[in-house]
Design a protein around this ligand. Structure first.
Ligand code: PLP
Length: 448
């Protein structure tokens, strides 16, 4: 029986990433408020937000400093754009901060409002850059199977998941996909992880050669895959990939939308994974998700080419209304200040032994095929047969059942098919980590 709010929801909203046919009966979980790692529904029931919303509320809920920062900026200058000849202090300050903490040399920062639009911008920039420097044929961008990069036409094309393509007439041309570096599912019998990493790099090289290196502009990857099932590449993978990219003059785009700002125990995932990206997309935890902000970090050689292009054709014809929104910028500055002042990365590192001890215990669970991840993000893959890695019949929707049992236990997690993802706010405390896994284990024990 749906409540009044649930009924009104079902009558009015389309929910993203939801089975629109079955949703009408179940109705939504309607949340009302939150504090720290806890959120509360309209009946006052408490849940640990074990997914930091959508991998994003790194500083938890109702952080008073962030609320006050937003309030102050709203009162002072709630909006101005940064098109043409306009700017404002928080945008300049946030760009400076990002340049300072980026794991690679960054010349300029281009703001947007979502991870999808950041990756869309990356695609456009790769095309623009290669046109600007007289390589109009070098346009193809290689993403990975099971990679997740967003939902706009270009970023959904980069995404390597069938649901993002089927019946949307995607991917668009010039976007290709190479192997997913997930050993548990794609490693061959008898192949070591090292051999698997080598094969992934070889497959990338074969694709580049097949297409013609003069047509391949860039490769995009999340340091650790998120929405595709929390896929962690084997050790040495990025080193091997980097060699291939260097050999064929292919730029490396790091999609740090989830892994940026401490998630893997380093400020950026590229550092944790030994990546050497040329450009980077960030969003989500840049403001602890208190405001939609994304940032594309651009190296000098691309920026210089963009300036040359302006000399030739005039205006750089890109940018959206909310790019550099003052409230988002002020929140970004404050969020990074808190990360640094409160040593949030040190806090994450201090949690890791306890967090992973619980995950190691879960590996023994009869329904758990693999536990993977890095830092404070993990995927727990449920299987019908541990020995053979046989997956459950998709119709049994075991992952969705696990998520719903977690909800009953007072824990919000997210299932990516039959992988249950855990990605709590970075400010979680050890006793809350313990409680989160106690709830998760109870839920898994109740699965049939
Ligand atoms: N890239 C990655 C790695 C993501 O995880 C996401 C969203 O989850 C996106 C891009 C898209 O970001 P948004 O949902 O803000 O458009």
């Amino acid at each position: 029986m749906l409540t009044n709010l649930q009924t009104r929801d079902v009558e009015t909203l389309i929910h993203p990433y939801t089975n629109l046919a079955s949703f009408r009966e179940a109705g939504p979980l309607v949340l009302e408020n939150g504090k720290g790692v806890w959120v509360y529904d309209t009946d006052g029931k408490a849940y640990i937000e074990g997914m930091a919303g959508l991998w994003c509320t790194s500083l938890g809920y109702s952080n008073e400093e962030l609320v006050e920062t937003a309030r102050e900026q709203m009162a002072k200058l709630p909006f101005t754009h940064i098109f043409g000849g306009k700017s404002h202090d928080p945008a300049i300050e946030l760009a400076e901060k990002l340049k300072e903490i980026a794991p690679m040399p960054v010349s300029k920062v281009l703001f947007g409002a979502s991870g999808s639009d950041a990756n869309d911008t990356q695609v456009k920039l790769m095309w623009y850059y290669n046109n600007a420097i007289g390589r109009p044929q070098k346009k193809k961008i290689i993403a990975r199977i099971k990679g997740y990069h967003g939902v706009t036409v270009a970023s959904a094309s980069l995404t390597g998941l069938p649901a993002n393509h089927t019946d949307f007439d995607l991917p668009i041309k010039n976007i290709l996909h190479t192997s997913c570096p997930h050993y548990y599912r794609f490693g061959k019998d008898g192949e070591t992880e090292e051999e698997f990493a080598t094969r992934c790099a070889d497959e990338l090289e074969e694709l580049i050669l097949r297409e013609g290196p003069e047509t391949v502009a860039a490769f995009i990857a999340e340091p650790v895959g998120g929405a595709g099932g929390v896929t962690t590449p084997p050790a040495g993978y990025y080193e091997k990939i980097q060699k291939v990219l260097d050999k064929y003059d292919v730029l490396f785009i790091a999609d740090e939308v989830i892994t940026g700002f401490g998630r893997l125990g380093t400020m950026f995932g590229s550092e944790a994974m030994g990546m050497r990206p040329d450009t980077m997309s960030c969003a989500k935890a840049i403001t602890s998700a208190y405001f939609p902000v994304s940032a594309v970090m651009i190296p000098e050689k691309i920026y210089a080419a963009m300036v040359d292009e302006s000399r030739k054709i005039g205006t750089f014809g890109h940018g959206n209304t909310y790019a550099g929104h003052p409230v988002g910028m002020a929140l970004g500055v404050k969020t990074i200040e808190i990360y640094q002042r409160d040593n949030i990365i040190g806090h994450v590192q201090s949690l890791l032994p306890g967090f992973w001890k619980h995950l190691d215990t879960l590996r023994q669970h009869p329904l758990v095929g693999e536990v993977r991840g890095k830092g404070l993000v993990a995927g727990i893959e449920l299987v019908a047969d541990k020995a053979t890695k046989r997956a459950f019949d998709a119709k049994k929707t075991v992952g969705a059942k696990a998520t719903s049992l977690c909800q009953e236990e007072g824990l919000i997690v997210r299932n990516l098919a039959d992988t249950v993802a855990v990605c709590p706010p970075l400010i979680i405390k050890q006793d809350e980590v313990d409680e989160m896994f106690a709830k998760l284990t109870r839920a898994l024990d109740r699965l049939e």
